[in-house]
Design a protein. Structure first.
Length: 244
């Protein structure tokens, strides 16, 4: 597997030309396709369901990197796994106890208020549901959730550090998340660290230098004049900064 992986997000693609958009991503060397699922509860917006993911699965052989921005991930794993997801990311905040989760202006953040801040039953079920279907397990952290909440790092394949508040495309990259990326990389040399939100040519080197090796890019790819060239340049910058 490549040390640096690019995951164009189809949230920012033209859905009327989705097949063509994915083909251009493939031509640019995309390693996987990022698919955002929103429930209008964990985040304000609502996006696609399993039927759309199943259609996307038919359009590409690339792995589908599924990001569940939903409040009850354990209930949705099976349907999206069956639809063709290869990796499933759930949010730590979504399986937290109510008292350990605070809604801020832009979204949820976990509060380190006590020793046991997870709903253990739901956390375990989510991980088990993903694993038993042979999919990779990933956990996401919103910008203001601290690394310390991931006390199960050895049980996941990837950690997603959100570099914007989830739920909307086209947001500006939050630089203050980079120390979190560095801390995650110090905790594990082998786990994949993904960044998602506002990733473009101006900041991908900073994220890679901090330790990220998987990059979600939507607007900077699909809204670029030449998505193929954009992906190739993103890879060059990331590989140089990561030390590949």
């Amino acid at each position: 597997m490549k040390p640096i992986r690019l995951a164009p997000s189809i949230l920012n693609a033209d859905y009327g030309r989705l097949k063509e958009e994915i083909q251009r991503a493939e031509e640019g060397g995309a390693d996987q396709i990022h698919v955002d699922i929103m429930d209008a509860h964990f985040v304000p917006n609502l996006s696609m369901g399993p039927a759309v993911v199943e259609s996307v699965r038919k359009l590409t052989r690339l792995p589908l990197d599924l990001h569940l921005m939903v409040m009850e991930p354990e209930k949705l794993v099976k349907s999206f796994a069956d639809a063709g997801a290869d990796s499933i990311t759930f949010h730590a905040e979504a399986v937290a106890q109510d008292y350990a989760r605070k809604h801020k202006e832009r979204g949820y953040a976990m509060q380190l208020v006590c020793k046991d801040f997870y709903d253990r039953g739901r956390l375990e079920k989510t991980i088990e549901e993903i694993r038993k279907r042979g999919k990779k397990v990933a956990v996401a952290l919103n910008p203001e959730t601290e690394v310390e909440v991931i006390e199960f790092l050895d049980r996941v394949d990837m950690v997603l550090a959100m570099t914007v508040w989830p739920g909307f495309g086209g947001q500006k990259f939050i630089d203050s998340v980079l120390p979190k990326v560095s801390k995650l990389r110090k905790l594990s040399a082998t786990v994949d660290i993904e960044v998602d939100g506002g990733v473009d040519l101006s900041n991908i080197e900073k994220a890679a230098a901090a330790g990220a090796n998987v990059f979600v890019a939507g607007t900077s790819v699909f809204h670029a004049p030449d998505p193929v060239a954009a992906l190739k340049e993103l890879r060059q910058k990331a590989e140089r900064a990561y030390g590949v």
